[in-house]
Ligand binder design. Structure first.
Ligand code: B12
Ligand code: SF4
Length: 485
């Protein structure tokens, strides 16, 4: 079918909407976006990650509002039971969006069924990383009608045109990056949409869309991104947006200044890897000059240096999160990390010298893990104490390790695996899929030993001294979704 609106035209329109939004119109359908709860347990001091405005939904809110659409964020992150929505808040919504994350499939299933039972003709649209990683399983096993895959802006814009009956709108079959159900209820996955070349066209996040922010007028912590994608391709990692694309420094600065209207004090940089080239990273730092806030970021251990880190520290960087994963070369190779234990030690040194805290992230239970590699890990943590998070290996859909587990029959039922992931909370007691074959008690013992280093050194960004806190505390638990099985 010929396209009534070509892709560059959609991107140009997005850019125009960001610069000059349409006036609000009560004649347009009301768009509601559900953000589901998560059982993910976070280290002490990091509790804000469950309450700060998520970036993806904030951008979708900005986009819907720029179209003039009435918008409502249905923030359910502290409300595990979806039936509370069906008794009121959903009734005003004409188009329902549901953000999908790896640990909330049972909730997504329940909420879409409730929404459809209440109003069968109301379109329900999924988006976000989980459905992007497994569209057939997720869309096919919920009551939703559509799924926006990968980067959301252009696809949802074209879909909202279709749902709002805009003249010249594309039909679902012609929208790239969309999965949809045909008349027989079968899931059709259209061709993937290439990532946008122009990230400056993305609307600013609308933090007022979040009821908690609207009420208080503030958002002390924010999530924020200057780039999308990562040039690496590790075997356990899912990248919904694989290509590395960048916002311009001018755009980054304008957006940070815009976000200051909510008086943020701490930014969690969402880039998959903050340090890419030295030149680019310095440009991002230039964009932050004179804007007062503290921040954390993720980065690869490769390519870091003292000059850069000293500047990062001066500009408010308190802690850098490195994806160490393991301290044993064979395991790093198996993951495709393209890094060495030497790179890890160097990266720690660079951060320490600059006065930046190191948040090391580790995975236990890689295929190929040995007693020795686990001992190495515990020794390393004893020596360096630089560790923020440890997890059992999680098999995320869309990753090489997931595909391998499917091939080997370790994951026999993909739908059951969706429910399993909703029980992974990143705690020692988690169930896990043992792909390395080592005795389970050994893996749990290692987890406990590593986790102990974190619990005795809690870190809270709000302490201006940027130091570990004195009081060890157990992490606060979070409930599993009552719909989990
Ligand atoms: C910040 C972050 C967190 C934060 C905030 C999470 C959040 N939901 O925003 C915290 C610490 C809470 C977190 C926790 C977890 N995370 Co996390 N996290 C990230 C990170 C680094 C950034 C997310 C982000 O804001 N990106 C920027 C925005 C703009 O992108 P986005 O959210 O994808 O949104 C875009 C599209 O997806 C789409 N979209 C999003 N929502 C919707 C909704 C609708 C209706 C539509 C139409 C479109 C749409 O449009 C947006 C604009 O293009 C990503 C990696 C990455 N860079 O994306 C991992 C990532 C999302 N996390 C991941 C995982 C696995 C987890 C955990 C399960 C923990 C764990 N065991 O590792 C939990 C799950 C908790 C949860 N409910 O999210 C995986 C997801 C894998 C998967 N297949 O789902 C990722 C991709 C990391 C990875 N490579 O492994 N995470
Ligand atoms: S784990 Fe880190 S380095 Fe590897 S692909 Fe994912 S984001 Fe990139």
């Amino acid at each position: 079918m010929p396209s009534a609106v070509d892709k560059p035209a959609t991107q140009a329109r997005l850019r125009k909407l960001a610069a000059r939004p349409e006036p609000p119109s009560s004649l347009l359908p009301r768009f509601g976006l559900v953000v589901p709860p998560s059982p993910y347990v976070v280290p002490t001091g990091w509790e804000f990650v469950h309450t700060a405005p998520f970036e993806g939904p904030s951008v979708i809110a900005g986009l819907a509002k720029s179209l003039g659409m009435p918008f409502e964020m249905l923030d359910q992150r502290e409300a595990p039971d979806p039936s509370t929505l069906a008794r009121g808040p959903l009734s005003k919504i004409d188009i329902l969006g549901v953000a999908t994350y790896a640990d909330s499939f049972p909730y997504q299933d329940r909420v879409t069924r409730l929404a459809k039972a209440e109003r069968p003709d109301r379109p329900v649209v999924l988006g976000g990383p989980l459905v992007s990683s497994a569209p057939e399983v997720v869309l096919g096993n919920t009551a939703a009608d559509f799924a926006v895959l990968g980067e959301g802006e252009l696809t949802i814009l074209e879909l909202l045109d279709h749902l709002a009956g805009r003249p010249g709108a594309l039909s679902p079959a012609a929208i790239e990056g969309l999965a949809w159900k045909n008349d027989e209820g079968r899931v059709v996955v259209n061709a993937r949409r290439p990532q946008m070349s122009d990230l400056d066209a993305v609307p600013f996040m609308d933090l007022d869309a979040w009821p908690s922010v609207r009420e208080s007028g503030r958002s002390t912590e924010i999530y924020f991104q200057a780039s999308r994608g990562c040039p690496n391709a590790c075997s356990f990692c899912f990248r919904a947006m694989p290509e590395l694309t960048h916002k311009s420094p001018e755009r980054i600065r304008a957006e940070l200044l815009h976000l200051k209207r909510w008086s943020f004090e701490f930014a969690w940089w969402n880039d998959l890897t903050f340090v890419t080239s030295q030149k680019r990273t310095h440009e991002v730092l230039d964009a932050m000059e004179g804007i007062d806030f503290r921040w954390s970021c993720f980065t690869r251990v490769v390519g870091v240096n003292s000059e850069l880190f000293e500047r990062m520290r001066k500009l408010g960087c308190d802690i850098v999160m490195y994806g160490f994963e393991s301290i044993t070369q064979t395991i790093l190779d198996l993951y495709g990390k393209r890094a060495t234990p030497g790179n890890i030690l160097h990266a720690i040194e660079v951060a320490r010298q600059a006065g930046i805290k190191v948040g090391g992230l580790f995975i236990i239970g890689a295929p190929g893990e040995t007693e020795e590699s686990l001992e190495n890990l515990v020794d390393f943590c004893d020596r360096f104490q630089e560790v923020t998070r440890v997890k059992y290996l999680s098999l995320l859909p869309g990753t090489p390790l997931y595909l391998d587990a499917k091939r080997r029959g370790i994951i026999a039922d993909e739908l059951e695996h969706m429910h399993f992931m909703a029980r992974e909370r990143s705690v020692e007691e988690d169930e896990f899929i043992n792909v390395c074959g080592l005795p389970e008690p050994l893996l749990r013992r290692t987890y406990r030993a590593v986790n102990h280093r974190i619990q005795v050194r809690p870190y809270d960004w709000r302490d201006p001294a940027n130091r570990y806190l004195d009081e060890p505390t157990a992490f606060a638990g979070r409930p599993l979704s009552p719909t989990g099985r």
